[in-house]
Design a protein around this ligand. Sequence first.
Ligand code: 4AD
Ligand code: MG
Length: 460
Amino acid sequence: MERTKITALIAADRSPGSVLIKGWVRTRRDSKTFSFIELNDGSCLKNIQVIADDSLPDYEEVKKLSTGSAVVIKGKMVESEGGGQKWEIRADEVEIISIAPDTYPLQKKRHTDEYLRTIAHLRPRSNKYGAAFRIRSELSWAIHKFFKEKEFRYIHTPIITGSDCEGAGEMFRVTSLPLDNLPRKEGKTDFSADFFGKEANLTVSGQLSAEMFALSLGDVYTFGPTFRAENSNTSRHAAEFWMLEPEMAFCDLTGNMDLGEELIRYLTRYVLDNCTEDMELFARFVDKNLMATLENIVRGDFVRLPYTEAVEILQKSKKKFEYPVTYGKDLQSEHERYLTEDHFKKPVILYNYPKEIKPFYMRVNEDGKTVAAMDVLVPGIGEIIGGSQREERLEILESRMEEGGLNKEEYWWYLDSRRYGSVPHSGFGMGFERFIMLVTGIRNIRDVIPFPRTPNSIEF
Ligand code: 4AD
Ligand code: MG
């Protein structure tokens, strides 16, 4: 007999008769003549209730089934007499695969997120984390669906790179050199002896590679892990996180903003429509305002506001900020959140930032002072998207690189794209974990990524 997943059983209109199910015991209760087993197989939030009668040949064994134990059960699916569920399984055979001893750390009581982080290898077996990671999986598919429908091509940009996309130097080095005996030349480490014959790092963004493909295939996106060695121990930063980066040829900043807005709406609607059961858990137990926040995102337009106007609003506000707001400085998360949560109460796209606080590749505006950058800010999170129209004019790009202290020779291939067939083009990066935080109401990035990497933490 073929195994049926519990999600299919629960959704069934009529009983298929006999079924074979495999899963883990969430709880077991005994009555006089039978035992109730709540079984979960990870395919959905709900458990299926199994009734094991004391007439079963292995009933004494069934009574040993503890929380966390694994079983295979054959039985008949019948309409449940008890409330709370439509179907239940009357067991004909219970095969015990393994018994979990009572040291199993996930007993029925509710655990804190902090405690569950210490058992990140087991937490996906809990309701909340199971739901979060099913949603993470669904959202990955939705991203590909969105871009497929728009005829974007999916590019696998490299993880190991020889250049620093953001020019911020917050990179993890990749090397095969012996760290306790580094080859030296002229007082420095000699990277010509290293694996690639030059310095190499883990990528902070696939953008520069994606640009080359946008200028070849038109509309493209890359979606994969990125790495940042920034020592910011916040609830929104991870050293390893996933970034989604679309890049479009013949597209300006407005087109870029339009795509960012459409993407966020599409993905939000997608989880509301396709992850209903898991989303209910978050709306009930994690954030009571979740559905209102998400409906607001799906329905209304995003505010679009130049950086300068945002600074004015922040300076005029009565709110006491930890960091003062001055023109020419990057906004802090408290400022971003004030704008989206308190002032506008909806997503905000800030654009045209001073060029001094943005990377070399952003297009310089007519005013000569600002660049065609855009950040999308959402309630509860702050910045979720960062992007720009790219500088397509060779001379200006070169002078921006000089200002930023970048070595032009190393970016020769990037500059080639501005020599040959350069066109206006734009793109952005969306933090995938931050998006999952937005739709689940989970407020710590460590709780939406299977095994988080943050400063001083790499246990699993
Ligand atoms: O704003 P960022 O740094 O933009 C770029 O890297 C561009 N090269 C992207 C592009 O235009 N193709 O990062 C983009 C987004 C941020 O808005 C944020 O959501 C997320 O990536 N992000 C992080 N998420 C988790 N942990 C971190 N340390 C993150 N750093 C950025
Ligand atoms: Mg940014």
